[in-house]
Design a protein around this ligand. Structure first.
Ligand code: PGA
Length: 252
């Protein structure tokens, strides 16, 4: 018998820079559906920062977690425009995405900073959702696994565990493009990530490894059925309740 349960899947929506007050209706629709007893997976929505407090109030004890999309590594201070992990926790967020490829590309974020941000999330009591994944060029050069594992090793902070850390494998070329790796490719990369997690932390078996990149209701069943895929990080298809719940339905 394993001493920790195999991971409960997680379907997390990343709204990116999308969503105004009216989008709380989507949070309501998802929360209402999940409150009806749907699914064998956890659900989360990460709206833009200005909606987090209202989204937390909206879900009101129903089984839908609310997370942030980024945080600063520091607790407070002179960092105009940034938000700290403590601020996210203060308004009721339970998780924070760090190292998304759009942060890496738009803001030049590198692995050491992402590790510090994940550590900041842990300091504030948040689950850190650490994103890793290769670019199209790296894939073409046969470096998918090398890049994913290098980022993984460099971004996992001390103190990471299966209870405070989620890994999201997101091939950069698959994000927002409609392109998806083959199931064999996903299985190979997730398997490599799993082996690495087992070698660097106590209960690496129990860490959730999400796949992200063009997950939709039409491909969710296949992708979420792959070994070592413990859920999805969903961008575009998380913006409507119908699509988000259509993906979540893969867990029946
Ligand atoms: P996508 O985005 O589902 O729109 O491809 C995924 C992500 O960036 O997390």
């Amino acid at each position: 018998m394993p001493d920790v349960p195999s991971p409960k899947p997680l379907v997390a929506g990343n709204w990116k820079m999308n969503g105004l007050s009216e989008s709380l209706a989507v949070v309501e629709q998802v929360a209402a559906h999940l409150a009806d007893g749907a699914g064998h997976a956890d659900a989360m929505i990460c709206p833009p920062a200005q909606l987090i407090a209202a989204a937390v109030r909206q879900v009101a004890n129903r089984p839908l977690a609310i997370g942030g999309q980024d945080c600063h590594a520091s607790q407070f201070g002179a960092h105009t425009g940034d938000i700290s992990a403590e601020m996210l926790a203060d308004v009721g967020a339970s998780a924070v995405i760090v190292g998304h490829s759009e942060r890496r590309a738009d803001h030049g974020e590198a692995d050491a900073l992402i590790r510090d941000k994940a550590a900041a999330g842990h300091r504030a009591g948040l689950t850190g959702i650490i994103c890793i994944g290769e670019t199209a060029g790296q894939r073409a050069a046969g470096l998918t696994e090398t890049v994913a594992l290098r980022q993984l090793r460099a971004c996992i902070p001390d103190g990471a565990s299966h209870t405070n850390t989620v890994i999201a494998y997101e091939p950069v070329w698959a994000i927002g493009t409609g392109l998806v790796p083959t199931s064999d490719e996903i299985a190979t990369t997730h398997g490599a990530i799993r082996r690495e997690l087992k070698s660097v932390m106590a209960h690496g078996d129990a860490v959730r490894i999400l796949y992200g990149g063009s997950v939709k209701p039409t491909n969710a069943h296949e992708i979420l059925g792959i070994a070592d895929v413990n859920g999805a990080l969903v961008g575009g298809a998380s913006l409507t309740a119908e699509d988000f719940l259509g993906i979540f339905a893969a867990y029946g």
